[in-house]
Design a protein around this ligand. Sequence first.
Ligand code: CP
Length: 320
Amino acid sequence: HRDLIGIGQLERHEILFLLDEAEQWVRLNRQASKHENLLSGLTVINAFFENSTRTLLSFEIAGKRLGADVVNMHAAQSSVKKGETLIDTAITLNAMHADAIVIRHGSSGATQLIADKVDCPVLNAGDGQHEHPTQALLDALALRHALRDRGEASEDFTGLKIVICGDILHSRVARSNLLCLHALGASVRLCAPPALMPAGIEAMGAEVYHDFDAALDGADVVMMLRLQTERMSGQFIPSAREYHHLYGLTKKRLAQAAEDALVMHPGPMNRGVEIDSEVADMIDRSIITRQVEMGVAIRMAALDVLTRRSRCVDGWGAAA
Ligand code: CP
């Protein structure tokens, strides 16, 4: 079977294929009746070892809209709390004959560890600081739709200057987005305080900035990330006020970007820290709620494509 562990494992044409597949689900999700039965009879297990609002709910909604039986395992109420290992948990889920397992875990590599132990496709819903592939795909789809609405549609993002600003060091969203946006032709500028920028990230094709105003100059898209204080140990943690002063996206700061620059945030937002409400809520510029909308469609596409082999349907998921 084929898994979705990271954007790093996808070819450019596979990224575009998943985005194209999601378009039918964007249309379905906008209808009054949103039900399909492609995955009827299949069981999807969402195993979340870390908190989530958007990812968990959208995977659950995606599976249900495709007709699957969806079961959520919350680690806080599971036998993980009684000392069961991740591998034993994986073997247990596998014995229940799941047809797809969606995992979120606090450790980088945990999703791959589970994928190596189970017989069905595994979808990474975020593993530590490693990757969050469906987030990057939904971000690309939201951006594609926003550009299309402005009549600027193109096959990819060639020529776009995209700033990702925030706690890059701890961000799986930044890593997946860098890989995805770079594969689709965009120039990606990463901006963070020096202590929150991973060493050597330039090798992944990013331009590195520590001065937010310089990074914003002429940018077409500004993606803001929160400080992941839950993953910080030993680093200098700036106060919310200091951080906002240097790296917060205000309306005044946004004026340094391109005239109609789009604003993105994967959520959850800390309003008044990395982004001001008057920017987050700009109707013509902020596509934050559109990102959430696209999350359901992308997860429907991923579940459909990855279960094609078990459904004996030809396609991307049937390969390998
Ligand atoms: N963007 C994102 O992963 O949000 P959740 O943590 O709420 O799932």
